[in-house]
Write a protein that binds this ligand. Structure first.
Ligand code: FRU
Length: 478
């Protein structure tokens, strides 16, 4: 255990950030209102929580280059989830269980316990016996400086679970007990494993909460459990699900199961009830775009359930140009969740409205977004299975709807290798588009379908044109 080593590693990373910050901020593809790391690489959002008056964001972070490597936890706080202040990194690799160039402090979550901010994360190392992942604790009095628990790791992979497939603890509290769900694999089938504790240090296995029988992959990353409007949701990121023409189009998936009486293996108090571990067939993908993965949800003090995803996918074949600028990726805007008609609708949080600077008026039926940054709403669209519509975005990107199929397609380099993604939809009446220099988030029918994609306009400004019938079109510069 070396408290000093973690402090040293954080200081080293901060110096690197300090040295590169200014240059990287000038990158052509830097976004304006999406959350990015100051320098280097970002992937999963971690530890989302409202603690002592502020929203805290932690994130998987390599401050040293625009590529995934040696995971640290970045940290930022906000009062409105829109404007962020970066804090010193929260975690850096420093211990025998998390100090590795191809490992580090992997994803996890946060909770308040004993007046302190607790993090539970996956320590990943390789000390000669292959990669080993185990769940670890760190805590902080001030919510800024963290200390790793000397008894780490607190949960290790049981017999039968490969040690390199056991990660991403998501914690919550129910009555007086803490619960954690972890992604795992057994006999080649993905699992969500449930643990409980009364003190955050000693954990007891409850049960395998849900398990793939092969149809939902060999591994679930970043599991999450929450209740939404009376329904209990299990969200997971399956790896190993074969792509289909209209579903599971990315290399790894991200979505949720809505639990039913038949599929639940723990009751409303999270007590194990039965051994049936199958999940039903209703896996619903969060986002049908090219760049979305590893989301995490949390609840605000007012009871809003917010989801934030990584606007990227691991091991994607297409490229994302900003690595040349010394940084890579961002998070999606925070989305508020709502259960409606058997699925979850996602909408950009209303706080984003404060970013609307000035309304953009059409010029020859086109909307020009300075610096590729703005918001567009097309409402009252007359689109059905027989009437087609199309939104042209920049030089080679289009969003169209025809015969029940929404298609997001790139035909030039603005897609940097991205081709086509589709989503089934009975009717399209509203489209909201958030553009931010090198990212596009598309919300259809108030969040019934969402598509997130990176985009790399060759020109500075972006021209958007709507072809079809809409009762109202609004556009703002953001
Ligand atoms: C998901 C993921 C997690 C892991 C982390 C490592 O993108 O692979 O399973 O904890 O990223 O950075």
């Amino acid at each position: 255990m070396s408290k000093e080593l973690m402090i040293e590693r954080i200081e080293k990373a901060q110096k690197e950030i300090e040295a590169k910050r200014e240059k990287i901020q000038q990158g052509k593809f830097r976004q304006n209102y999406h959350f990015m790391a100051e320098t280097g690489w970002i992937n999963d959002p971690n530890g989302l929580i409202y603690f002592k008056g502020k929203y805290h964001f932690f994130y998987q972070y390599n401050p040293y280059s625009g590529f995934w490597d040696c995971m640290h936890w970045g940290h930022a706080v906000s009062e409105d989830m829109i404007h962020w202040e970066y804090l010193p990194l929260a975690l850096a690799p420093s211990e025998v269980y998390d100090d590795h160039l191809k490992g580090g402090c992997f994803s996890g979550s946060a909770i308040e316990h004993d007046g302190k901010l607790f993090l539970i994360y996956t320590g990943t190392c390789n000390n000669g016996n292959g990669f080993e992942q185990a769940q670890c604790i760190a805590y902080s009095e001030d919510g800024i400086h963290f200390e790793k628990y000397e008894g780490n790791p607190v949960i290790t992979a049981p017999e039968g679970v490969p040690t390199d497939l056991f990660r991403d603890p998501k914690v919550w509290k129910h009555d007086d007990t803490y619960y954690v769900v972890c992604g795992a694999s057994q006999n080649g089938f993905a699992q969500a494993r449930l643990y409980k504790s009364t003190d955050m240090f000693h954990w007891e296995f409850v049960n395998v909460l849900a398990e793939s029988r092969g149809e939902w992959g060999y591994m679930w990353e970043c599991p999450d459990i929450f209740a939404l409007d009376g329904h209990r949701i299990l969200a997971v990121c399956p790896q190993g699900v074969p792509s289909e023409a209209e579903q599971y189009q990315n290399i790894y998936q991200s979505g949720y199961f809505i639990e039913t009486e038949e599929t639940r293996t723990v009751d409303a108090s999270f007590k194990g009830t039965k051994e049936t571990r199958t999940v039903d067939a209703s896996f619903i993908e969060w986002d049908m775009g090219f760049d979305f993965y590893a989301p995490q949800t949390f609840e605000t003090p007012a009871g809003r359930r917010i989801l934030i995803g990584w606007a990227g996918v691991p091991d994607a074949e297409y490229s994302s140009n900003p690595t040349n600028e010394g940084w890579q990726h961002s998070l999606t805007v925070p989305r508020e969740l709502r259960y409606h008609n058997g699925k979850i609708y996602q909408l950009p949080i209303r706080e984003l409205g404060q970013l609307r600077k000035k309304e953009i008026l059409p010029e020859k039926e086109s909307y020009v977004l300075d610096n590729g940054c703005g918001e567009l709403i097309f409402d009252g669209i007359a689109a059905s299975s027989s009437a087609a519509i199309c939104v042209q975005i920049g030089t080679g990107c289009s969003l169209s709807y025809e015969k029940g199929l929404v298609t997001l397609q790139f035909t030039d380099d603005s897609g940097a290798g991205r081709g086509k993604r589709v989503a089934r939809c009975e009717a399209v009446h509203k489209i909201q588009i958030l553009m931010d220099v090198s990212i596009l988030e598309i919300y259809i029918n108030d969040g019934e379908i969402v598509m997130t994609s990176r985009i790399f306009f060759p020109e500075k400004d972006a021209t958007v044109r709507f072809l079809g019938q809409a009762e109202m079109i609004q556009a703002w510069q953001l």
